[in-house]
Design a protein around this ligand. Structure first.
Ligand SMILES: [Zn+2]
Length: 260
């Protein structure tokens, strides 16, 4: 039997006066040792999410598309903190501005992953190689500017793909199991329930943190506790690949919804 490997992940975030104090005193993460006093407003806040992943037990990756923004993305991050789980955010380059950049920085400091969902959210499958490459590079550069590293994974807008895309994008393509949570008519209960119906070990969950999509934020109050109850561990997409022993191969032509 394969010896369990424990991944200990430590995310340290240094925050000044901006952005991320909305739930700073909600230390719901078991291992979160942030006991820092809020008495001194000038004191830099250090946030830590510490968690272990046992690859012999079920693992899933929670992912969100179409951010960043200062409303829904921040509310999703509040939920991540509240429940002590990490997520991966597939961001649209054109949505990154001075204000929404704070959501990216906060997510990364919490231990979340920032991935690529193109620049314009257009149909990349109808674009030329140069256009496709420009879409990817723009968002990679923007993310690197903010957190110092480039995204490792790509989710095609509308899950529309082409051979040109596979040939010119050097990142694994990620899909996932979803619940049509981009449709305002889908109830909070269905957003969680349809995912719970499909979930299994190695699944990537595809939700949306687009502006105004607050039903999905509410659905997390059903989804995350239920998944925890069922024994699922939450990982970033990178950690899911690592835990499942699946190499990140820039050359492959897969569209991953389940890893391993
Ligand atoms: Zn999208």
């Amino acid at each position: 039997m394969k010896k369990p490997i424990l991944f200990l992940l430590l995310a340290l975030g240094l925050f000044g006066l901006v952005g991320c104090n909305s739930s700073s005193n909600q230390n719901s993460t078991k291992a979160n040792s942030n006991q820092e006093s809020l008495e001194s407003p000038n004191q830099e806040e250090v946030k830590k999410i510490v968690y272990e992943i046992d690859p012999t037990k079920p693992i899933i990756a929670l992912t969100f598309d179409d951010g960043p923004n200062t409303t829904t993305t921040m509310r999703v991050l509040d939920k991540c903190e509240e429940y002590g789980v990490v997520a991966s955010f597939f961001v649209i380059g054109n949505n990154i501005n001075e204000n929404s950049a704070e959501a990216i920085k906060r997510a990364y400091a919490l231990g979340c992953e920032i991935d690529n969902h193109s620049k314009t959210h257009g149909y990349l499958n109808k674009m030329t190689e140069d256009e496709v490459k420009a879409e990817i590079q723009f968002t990679n550069d923007k993310v690197k500017e903010l957190i110092g590293i480039e995204p490792k994974f790509f989710r095609p807008p509308y899950i529309a793909t082409s051979s040109i895309m596979y040939d010119s994008i050097d990142m694994p393509f990620i899909c996932g199991i979803g619940s049509n949570d981009w449709d305002a008519k889908v109830s909070v209960e269905d957003r969680a329930g349809k995912i719970l119906d499909q979930i299994k070990d190695g699944s990537i969950i595809l939700l949306h943190d687009s502006e105004g999509n607050l039903k999905t934020v509410q659905a997390l109050d059903i989804l995350i506790p239920e998944l925890k109850k069922q024994g699922y561990q939450f990982a970033t997409v990178s950690e899911l690949f690592e835990a499942k022993g699946v190499a990140i191969d820039p050359e492959d032509s897969m569209l991953y919804s389940i890893v391993g």
